[in-house]
Ligand binder design. Structure first.
Ligand SMILES: Cc1ncc(COP(=O)(O)O)c(C=O)c1O
Length: 379
């Protein structure tokens, strides 16, 4: 938060800061989606819709889930909300009772621990062993599970690490959840953004898992629609109904116009998704190859999302531009103040000696940012 405020303040003062902190695609929402929203407005689709989304959008989300995960959901097993974060909130509030243990892999996306706390749950941290190269395994879970454990929050591809959990490991995690009778919230918002032919698998697709898993997805990342606020959840009817009841008495339906746009996104041409994915991939390969040549930085080749999760531990204890570097917070601050490049230190994601850099920015700015990072370390 501090870094973010400082970055924005410096940019506001007119300083040239290369911002590699973005959590959203740098592309515009594809034109046919924007036009669909305008058409909906002009047709008068400006009134309340059913609380959990229009029947057509729920159907489209179910069809999209079938294509992406192979799972058959009926429309009444789907709930549309104001962004995937809202879907997650509804799920956590519906599933977590005070004192319930929730297994949370570390690094985690910042919102998960706060939502668990809001529900009064007990966070059971699951550090991913460095030897596992950012990929959660049952071995990590075994070390953290307790008698209080009731559920697990999974995020593959991951924010911040970009790691994708492979089919084999996921199958073992599924067996672990069945044996321990755990529910799973599986945040699959980056599922369409995977690279090098890697397969993104949903844990809900394994036997006996659909009944205990809430799948979270949405249009924000794949279709460059972060501002439209449409996400969806799919799972067992009883949980989806509880989530719908909560939504009914809090926000009601997500914006009608955004729902029309999301419908166009899910049912219209998918080429724009592939074009964006290819461009992300080009930048990913470039950024990984650059980081790998910078002394003191280490990165596992991430196969999903649009982030690199970089280990800076070899730099701990060094002096850079007159500053002693004790963790990634120090390094990020030095880069921002001395070199004009901004990354997110790992402390926000639960790990002090890593940072997240986003490649959701133009190739030119990415190259400039990496040059600046490298230059300061070289000095
Ligand atoms: C892992 C993860 N889940 C969910 C979200 C939230 O998505 P939305 O913008 O649809 O609420 C994000 C956004 O950064 C994310 O990184």
């Amino acid at each position: 938060m501090t870094l973010d405020a400082k970055t924005k303040a410096l940019i506001g003062q007119g300083q040239d800061v290369v911002n590699l902190t973005a959590g959203e695609p740098d592309f515009d929402t594809p034109e046919h989606i924007r036009l669909a929203a305008a058409d909906a407005m002009n047709r008068g689709e400006t009134r309340y819709t059913p609380v959990g989304g229009t029947p057509r959008l729920k159907q489209a989300a179910a069809e999209r889930l079938k294509l992406d995960t192979g799972i058959d959901y009926a429309p009444d097993q789907v709930l549309v909300s104001a962004g995937a974060k809202h879907s997650l909130y509804n799920a956590v509030m519906s599933l977590v009772n005070p004192g319930d243990g929730v297994l949370l892999p570390v690094p985690y996306w910042v919102t998960y621990p706060e939502q668990i706390r809001l529900a009064g749950g007990l966070i059971e941290w699951v550090p991913i062993a460095p030897a596992h190269k950012d990929e959660l395994t049952v071995e990590d879970l075994e070390r953290a599970v307790s008698k209080k454990s009731r559920g697990l929050i999974l995020n593959s591809p991951s924010n911040p690490s970009g790691a994708v959990i492979g089919r084999g490991h996921l199958e073992e995690i599924a067996a672990f959840c069945r044996e321990r009778d755990l529910w799973v919230i599986s945040d699959e918002i980056y599922m369409r953004l995977v690279y090098d032919g890697v397969e993104a698998v949903s844990i809900a697709s394994f036997p006996g898992m659909m009944e205990r898993t809430i799948v979270i997805n949405g249009v924000s990342k794949a279709y460059a629609m972060t501002g439209w606020r449409i996400g969806y959840a799919a799972g067992p009817r009883s949980v989806i109904q509880a989530m719908a009841n909560l939504q009914s008495q809090s926000t009601s339906n997500p914006t009608s116009i955004s729902q029309a746009a999301a419908l166009a996104a899910l049912t219209g041409p998918q080429e724009p998704v592939e074009e964006m994915r290819r461009e992300f991939d080009r930048r990913r390969r470039y950024a990984v190859s650059r980081i790998q040549t910078i002394k003191g930085l280490e990165v596992n080749d991430p196969k999903g999302a649009f982030y690199l999760w970089v280990n800076m531990e070899p730099l701990v204890g060094r002096t850079i531009a007159g500053r002693t570097i004790t963790n990634a917070d120090d390094l990020a601050l030095a880069w921002l103040e001395e070199a004009g490049v901004s990354v997110v230190p790992g402390s926000g994601f639960g790990v002090a000696n890593y940072f997240r850099m986003s490649y959701a920015t133009s190739m030119e700015r990415l190259a400039e940012g990496l040059d600046r990072m490298e230059r300061l370390l070289g000095e």
